[in-house]
Design a protein around this ligand. Structure first.
Ligand SMILES: *Cc1c(COP(=O)(O)O)cnc(C)c1O
Length: 382
């Protein structure tokens, strides 16, 4: 067992107790509304927690063969009945052959791939359910990079591209149109989706409402979500799936880094042994500002620093934060809420060490699950 003081930074630490709190809320929604909730692996894939996750969620949704394999190996081992749903913007035939063997649901992005491969995958796995992803063409997402329904979107089939003949080969329809949004945004999407597509629901077994539901964020209207799902199920007599990623890993852990150096160049600067670019990429892509424990916005507390990463990218900056005391070499900097969309994306850019993966178990013990070194960097180069 580890002691948190002896752990080498940087590391991501997931607190199982907080994760379970999220899972319990999601399970409450399942029980009250009758929906089935599956984990979107692209946002959270710390499989050393899946023994716990699989007690609450009904399975995983995978973005392709590798995530589907992870779901099969690391989620289904704890729950034989867990479902593997796979969706890719497009499939390679060689991948689809393997995906068909291990998936319970395969979701196609376009009419052309659905019609081309429906028989192919059914021949491999007669029990597999097929679905088409619809683009409901409601833009609710605040940023283009996270808006699956924006102009010229490649994600999902629009009404104009839809053809009734797909109804012969699908059991359900999917959409995924939200990003960190509340129930009102879901209602808007549903309204348009129902106007355009409800005439096709009659023989369908399920509708998948995708992810982006910010369910575990404080203030989310859980009761309204339950009502929306119940009403929908009653109206159309279908199963409803939700597939959140972010809401599962929301606020259940943090990234710990150390200060390596400080100096002044017009303002105080601190260089950390982590990287915004390589370890918390959403700070640059989203862009968003991570909370730092015991720190405030620039200028609020007496000592303001620009926190930057240890790479040669000029823009590798987490932001400006103020502290009660001057930062010193060796001080720990804790970035809050760094469990979703972080280590699933992290890289060894600039030859920087990948943060270790740590779990704080429910009994309080700290487990260093994985530490990465030079070999991790070298292995992917030639
Ligand atoms: C990313 C994604 C999800 C999960 O989205 P979150 O915002 O993490 O809840 C679910 N379904 C699909 C198709 C996705 O692309």
């Amino acid at each position: 067992m580890e002691n948190q003081r002896t752990l080498k930074t940087p590391y991501y630490i997931c607190e199982e107790e907080l994760l379970e709190k999220n899972l319990k809320l999601l399970d409450y929604i399942q029980k009250e509304s009758g929906t089935r909730i599956i984990l979107a692996l692209k946002g959270f894939a710390m499989y050393s927690t899946f023994e716990m996750v699989s007690k609450y969620l009904k399975g995983c949704t995978a973005s392709g063969l590798y995530e589907a394999l992870l779901a099969k190996e690391e989620f289904c081992r704890y729950n034989e009945k867990a479902e593997v749903h796979t969706y890719s913007p497009a499939y390679k035939e060689e991948d689809l052959k393997e995906i068909a063997k291990i998936s319970d649901h395969i979701v196609f992005n376009s009419l052309s791939q659905l019609l081309k491969y429906a028989t192919f995958v059914k021949d491999i796995n007669p029990k597999v359910h097929l679905s088409l992803r619809i683009n409901p063409e409601v833009s609710a997402s605040p940023k283009d990079i996270y808006n699956p329904c924006g102009l010229y979107s490649r994600l999902g089939t629009t009404l104009q591209n839809f053809d009734e003949k797909v109804l012969d080969c699908v059991d359900g329809l999917n959409f995924h149109a939200l990003c960190e949004q509340d129930v009102d945004a879901l209602e808007k999407v549903l309204e348009k989706f129902e106007i355009n597509f409800s005439k096709y629901f009659k023989n369908l077994k399920y509708i998948n409402f995708g992810g982006g539901h910010h369910i575990t964020k404080k203030g989310y209207d859980v009761q309204k979500l339950i009502k929306v799902i119940r009403d929908f199920k009653q109206k159309y007599d279908v199963e409803v799936y939700l597939e959140p990623g972010e809401a599962v890993g929301w606020e259940c852990g943090y990234l710990v880094a150390s200060v390596l150096d400080t100096f002044n160049n017009g303002m105080d600067i601190a260089i950390l042994d982590t990287s915004a670019e390589a370890h918390m990429p959403d700070t640059l892509a989203m862009p968003y500002r991570a909370e730092v424990r015991d720190a405030s916005e620039a200028g609020v507390k007496p000592y303001t620093y620009r926190l930057g990463g240890n790479t040669c990218l000029a823009g590798d900056i987490m932001g400006d934060y103020s502290f009660d005391k001057p930062l010193e070499v060796g001080d720990k900097i804790i970035f809050e809420d760094q469990i979703h969309y972080t280590f699933v994306k992290s890289t060894t850019f600039n030859g920087i060490k990948l943060p270790s993966l740590v779990i704080k178990r429910k009994d309080g013990s700290i487990e260093l699950i994985k530490e990465f070194g030079y070999e991790e960097y070298k292995r992917r180069l030639s």
